[in-house]
Ligand binder design. Structure first.
Ligand code: ARG
Length: 479
């Protein structure tokens, strides 16, 4: 098992010898996938031994060598060689250096085509676990703020115009549910992509008695592929991942935008101690909501990553085409971008504090009671359209808009018993319909959110276990 600096392995295999080596190389990008590549190779070597394609002793030597390489990759001593094109050939050549010529048996009944598809599926699982853990923290922080602010009055907006009375807690929970759907989508993507492509070979399978089901089970995949051509060319799972991440970024960007707006002096909804960013190099008085702004800005990048991958995939004939090598950059970029974004947003949400008096003052605007007055008139028999017209006419003014007292007076004049209705504090609690901000429904909503968070925690922990088992497969001490 001793490695030496001069061995037949130092020579690059002929298939990577080309004047275009620099252009064809993907090592700078795909070396990130080394742990997954090693795990796949270990499972494959075990399979070769179990099926008698290599002897059990040879399989054992291959697995030990791969684990040695795993340690080299982990401690940074692995001798990466750009002339060997990609992570796969780097590891295979190194294996021959470490274990001798038997290393040349590893690639039996396998191709880099099914190998890279496998690496990417293992990577996706880890990426979902990583982003998911951060989303969980974000959801937890939003839920904590929403619980504190469940009854804090806040205007509800449409078109960014004051519309109807609501609460800050209800508003924050709306963001919670968006992010929760993002997490749901990511978990579903991980479940759908739980297919092992190993055994598809280059494209048409193998003439050797391979056992793809063993490899799939060993790597924690739920199933094997149905069609070898599809197995090596399918990148749906990456497109789905990028869509999930792009939509998550879009959701984050709209939360970011609101925080930017709420932090402005004009709104003043955020407590000034909320840690939103940094100062200005030029204007000493300024604190800027940089974190929220950058969260908003990052969405452009992840949407670009999605478009990049779809553009690469468009029009490709079956089965493997070298274009597919371009799939990795956008995926790795989007995953690391979103991890950073969600982490920053979760940290921000932890520290968010609101100016309740500014929120209550804004929520006290009696114009937002107009729909409630209309519904009151409806309950007393007036057709809705008629009530709508009457209220609109009563609030109309040619010159200065009516002030709050005048609005209240005009609304009250529309009918008897309207007095209590124009109290903005009571307005939220009159909302009893399901999913509304009233005290009853919001209590129920908070309960649902807590339950959801518990379920997500469980799903993510079983995913994390699957990820951890891949690490263990590579790390395991030689038997
Ligand atoms: N670096 C390649 C990729 O990322 C690996 C597969 C190469 N296959 C081939 N037939 N050249 O797609």
């Amino acid at each position: 098992m001793a490695s030496s600096s001069v061995s037949p392995g130092r020579l690059a295999p002929s298939y990577v010898q080309t004047p275009a080596a620099a252009f064809l190389s993907s090592l700078s990008v795909d070396r990130t996938l080394a742990p997954y590549d090693l795990a796949g190779s270990i499972a494959h070597a075990e399979m070769l031994g179990r099926t008698g394609i290599v002897t059990p002793g040879e399989a054992d030597t291959l697995v030990r060598g791969l684990r040695t390489i795993g340690r080299e990759v982990a401690d940074g001593s692995f001798p990466w060689r750009p002339d060997l094109e990609d992570v796969h050939t780097n590891i295979e050549v190194r294996l021959t250096e470490v274990v001798g010529p038997v290393g040349g048996k590893l690639h039996t009944a396998r191709s880099r085509n099914d190998q890279i598809a496998l690496d990417e599926r293992l990577y996706l699982r880890a990426a979902v676990a990583g982003v998911g853990a951060r989303l969980l923290a974000l959801e937890g922080a939003l839920l904590a703020r929403a619980t504190e602010e469940r009854a804090t009055p806040m205007p509800g907006y449409t078109h960014l115009q004051r519309a109807q009375p609501g609460t800050l807690g209800h508003h924050l929970l709306a963001h919670f549910w968006r992010f929760d759907r993002d997490l749901d989508r990511l978990l579903a993507t991980a479940a759908r992509s739980s297919v092992s492509p190993l055994g598809a070979g280059a494209l048409e399978g193998s003439t050797l008695p391979i056992d793809p089901a063993y490899v799939a089970a060993r790597l924690g995949f739920e199933r094997t592929f149905e069609n070898s051509l599809d197995a090596v060319s399918d990148r749906d799972f990456l497109a789905e991942l990028l869509f999930d991440l792009a939509l998550l970024s879009v959701h984050a960007s709209s939360f970011g935008e609101e925080l930017v707006v709420f932090a402005s002096r004009e709104f003043g909804f955020l407590d000034r101690t909320s840690s939103l960013g940094s100062g200005s190099s030029a204007m000493p008085q300024k604190r800027n909501p940089d974190v929220a702004e950058l969260v908003r800005g990052k969405a452009g990048r992840t949407i670009g990553d999605l478009v990049s991958l779809l553009t690469t995939l468009k029009g490709l004939p079956l089965a493997y085409d070298r274009d597919l090598q371009e799939d990795k950059s956008p995926v790795l970029d989007a995953v690391s971008t979103v991890e950073l974004t969600v982490e920053a947003l979760a940290g921000l949400a932890e520290k968010l504090r609101f100016d309740r008096s500014r929120l209550s003052a804004a929520a006290g605007d009696p114009e937002m009671l107009a729909t409630d007055v209309a519904e009151h008139l409806v309950a007393r028999g007036t057709p809705f359209r008629e009530a709508h017209e009457a209220i609109a006419a009563s609030l109309r003014s040619d010159g200065e808009p009516p002030g709050p007292d005048e609005v209240r007076r005009r609304l009250r004049a529309l009918g008897p018993d309207l007095g209590p209705l124009t109290d903005p504090k009571a307005a939220v609690d009159r909302r009893t319909s399901p999913g509304s901000p009233g005290a009853g429904p919001i209590g129920h909503q908070l309960e649902l959110a807590r339950g959801r968070l518990r379920a997500r925690t469980e799903s993510l922990s079983s995913l994390a276990q699957a990820v951890e088992s891949i690490d263990r497969l590579v790390r395991e001490a030689p038997a």
